[in-house]
Design a protein around this ligand. Structure first.
Ligand SMILES: [Zn+2]
Length: 313
């Protein structure tokens, strides 16, 4: 551990150093059971309390020498707003996570990609360097795609349908809470959605639509719908794979745990809150963040990417 005690470093996220983060990462890789047993979790309530108590908009999440470039409000309905701040190199890594998602979803050079989501969603602001200051290359820039955004408000569904009709993006990302108004709007017309779009991707912060809900919309719209996991407080993204139907996670970006298996009330399946550690958020670390996402870690071995971590939800 290079003489660093991760426990003493992680009682308050404000005490992290880059050195202790490297030590934690080594521990998570070599002795994940020790990592889980000794490193305290981070919760949304804890971040809220730290912000109120300290007056620090970033909830006292910082290493000793933070460099701040872009500050973003997190999408949580709480009594006070929470924020993250990302330096240029962190934006690059986060955009790399989105690029991995896009690539696994089959998005490739030359594709148009529609995004029906808020500007503060990473699905939007990490898409292109033209959208975000200090972002050198967004997912679309890296892959050679062309993104087009529509703000993710339900009353803008008509414009989303116009974008679909006139731009014909091959893939459309849309917020889960816009699925219903978008479906209603597209069904007002006479031309089915599959005439314009190949694939939909449903996305929401700290949640995924159930498979049953997805299947209902899929049958209604006649277009395959995949889901994208998102936990903005942990700067986490994970896409549902077209091959294995599991969510893929890249271990060089994140460490994930599902420690408390219990029966999911809705499905009866064993599930746990997904606990996320982010390895690229070094200026304001997120260690063992307990998300609201219910999931189960699955054995690796997808035919598409055999070494990726995989999660069911
Ligand atoms: Zn897969």
């Amino acid at each position: 551990m290079d003489g660093v005690d991760p426990m003493s470093q992680s009682k308050s996220t404000s005490h992290f150093t880059l050195r202790s983060l490297r030590a934690l990462r080594a521990k998570a890789m070599r002795r994940p059971e020790d990592f889980a047993a000794t490193v305290p979790v981070t919760t949304l309530e804890g971040l809220l309390s730290a912000k109120i108590k300290s007056g620090d908009p970033y909830s006292s999440r910082r290493t000793k020498k933070p460099s701040r470039k872009v500050a973003l409000q997190l999408e949580y309905d709480m009594e006070t707003a929470l924020y993250i701040a990302l330096a240029s190199n962190e934006l690059s890594r986060y955009a790399e996570a989105l690029r991995c998602c896009w690539a696994l979803l089959g998005i490739a050079k030359g594709d148009w990609v529609g995004i029906f989501d808020y500007g503060t969603s990473p699905v939007s602001y990490l898409a292109s360097s033209t959208f975000t200051p200090y972002l050198q290359r967004g997912a679309a820039d890296i892959l050679g795609c062309l993104p087009i955004c529509n703000d993710g408000a339900a009353n803008l569904s008509r414009r989303a349908v116009d974008i679909v009709k006139f731009v014909r993006p091959r893939v459309l990302f849309l917020r889960t809470d816009c699925l219903h108004p978008f479906t209603t709007e597209i069904n007002r017309g006479s031309v089915p959605l599959y005439s314009y779009v190949d694939t939909l991707v449903a996305v929401e912060n700290e949640g995924v639509p159930s498979r049953a809900e997805r299947d209902t919309y899929q049958a209604n719209l006649g277009v395959p719908i995949y889901r994208l996991m998102r936990a903005d407080a942990a700067m986490f993204l994970a896409p549902e794979c077209r091959r294995c139907s599991l969510f893929h996670v890249w271990s060089y970006l994140y460490h994930v745990e599902t420690p408390e298996q219990r029966a999911d009330q809705e499905t009866g399946r064993q599930a746990s809150r997904l606990v996320i550690t982010n390895w690229f958020a070094t200026s304001r670390p997120t260690i063992r963040y307990v998300s609201q996402i219910n999931a189960v870690l699955q054995p690796a071995g997808c035919p598409a990417e055999a070494r990726d971590l995989t999660i069911s939800a």
